[in-house]
Design a protein around this ligand. Structure first.
Ligand SMILES: C[S@@+](CC[C@H](N)C(=O)[O-])C[C@H]1O[C@@H](n2cnc3c(N)ncnc32)[C@H](O)[C@@H]1O
Length: 188
């Protein structure tokens, strides 16, 4: 209900009416080195389905923080995860945030940002900020819905990922998710 309400207020920023499934959470967090990462960041967590999965996978020594732009979602998540540092900021500010957290770079970034809703200039700005903060060899995972594959902004995000990252792998479609989705897993 929370995502649906926020979607009505801000369809571009939220990008979906339904939380992701546990199937998508597993695909988003598998084979990206979370188990051995020293520094992990999640951006655009929404309902927190991926946050819970990340917390299950990282070690107690890993440094982890979350960035959520929507103030009401931020408040809800701060109550749900009192032991996790959650910034009410845009992911564009990641370079400043990692300095605040005394991190040199981030080994794994898990993103739920609704790329297909964003104009190319914003896609560029966000991707620059993310890429800049990542460790060389670090991993980035992000998902899209199958219908986004045929949309021009879906093409532009794929092109952008391929132009920046050393490798970009695309998962099988997660049909159990509503809407069905796929994951891009990238290595810097
Ligand atoms: C598609 S929803 C996330 C859905 C999530 N996977 C779930 O299961 O609930 C996108 C989220 O990204 C957040 N967001 C949008 N733009 C952002 C930005 N620039 N920085 C950080 N978070 C942002 C939205 O507020 C929203 O919570």
């Amino acid at each position: 209900m929370r995502l649906l309400k926020e979607f009505v207020r801000d369809p571009v920023g939220i990008g979906t009416v339904l939380p992701s499934s546990r199937y998508l959470a597993r695909e988003m967090t598998s084979e990206i080195g979370l188990e051995r990462a020293e520094t992990v960041v999640e951006i655009g967590p929404g309902s927190g389905v991926f946050t819970s999965q990340i917390l299950k996978m990282i070690t107690s020594k890993a440094k982890f923080f979350v960035v959520e732009l929507n103030p009401r979602i931020h408040e809800h998540l701060s109550e749900k995860y009192p032991n996790v540092k959650i910034y009410n900021e845009s992911a564009e500010n990641l370079p400043e945030l990692i300095k605040k957290e005394k991190m040199n770079s981030v080994d794994v970034v898990v993103s739920s940002l609704p790329w297909v809703s964003f104009p190319p200039e914003l896609q560029d700005k966000l991707m620059d900020a993310i890429y800049k903060t990542m460790t060389k060899g670090g991993r980035f995972s992000t998902y899209g819905y199958i219908h986004g594959k045929i949309m021009p902004r879906g093409h532009s995000i794929k092109k952008l990922l391929k132009s920046k990252f050393h490798t970009v792998d695309t998962s099988e479609i997660v049909w159990q998710n509503l809407p069905p989705a796929f994951v891009y897993k990238c290595k810097k």
